[in-house]
Design a binder for this molecule. Structure first.
Ligand code: ZN
Length: 195
């Protein structure tokens, strides 16, 4: 098999996991949460999927990634014993770049690798604001690779759909009442994936 064929197959696998993460983002949107979804994959199967629950639980730390991590750690089949790096054979697919908090948690858990859809320009911890995943040195926890670009446009559009309708039950400033959904998406600088 030619090298580029196996790369294509690999990319389509990443894309299909990211589509599953996007379904969780859709679920978040339907529940009036910031639409971010994720799936954790181990040995070729999804072991946990989650979405943001910050509004529902009134807890700003309840990001999709931490929800899934809590599930994995509390499940005896998935985490039979306490180990230093319980996610060392687990890959994360998440629709938006993990924030600084989640990026740090993932590193402390020894996550194998991360794939994300769109960058998080305000809070991103995998390169956009801080390189918590690998460029920041850590005396102990291993660095992990984070790759962007899978379902990037879908991930951006669903965030826009949320922010255009949010606070519909709160007084809305006049300037926001006639907002329309922008569908044009600027390519990320240095992006190597077109999707
Ligand atoms: Zn987060």
């Amino acid at each position: 098999m030619a090298a580029h064929d196996s790369e294509d197959i690999e990319a389509s696998v990443h894309l299909s996991w990211m589509r599953r993460a996007m379904q969780m983002a859709e679920e978040a949107l339907a529940a009036q949460e910031v639409p971010v979804g994720c799936v954790f994959v181990r040995g070729g199967r999804a072991i946990a999927e989650a979405r943001n629950r910050t509004n529902e639980l009134r807890n700003a730390t309840r990001h999709a990634e931490l929800e899934a991590i809590d599930y994995i750690l509390s499940n005896k089949d998935l985490t039979p014993e306490v180990t230093e790096y319980p996610l060392s054979d687990t890959t994360l697919y998440v629709t938006v770049e993990p924030c600084i908090m989640c990026s740090s948690a993932l590193r402390q858990m020894g996550i194998k690798e991360v794939f994300f859809g769109c960058e998080n320009d305000r809070f991103g911890g995998c390169g956009s604001v801080l390189g918590v995943n690998e460029s920041l040195p850590h005396p102990k926890h291993p660095a992990y690779k984070a790759t962007s670009g899978y379902c990037r446009e879908e991930a951006i559009l669903i965030l826009r759909r949320f922010y255009i309708t949010e606070n519909s039950n709160a007084p809305m400033p006049k300037s926001k009442t006639n907002r329309v959904l922008k569908t044009e998406i600027k390519p990320r600088k240095g992006s190597h994936l077109s999707s």
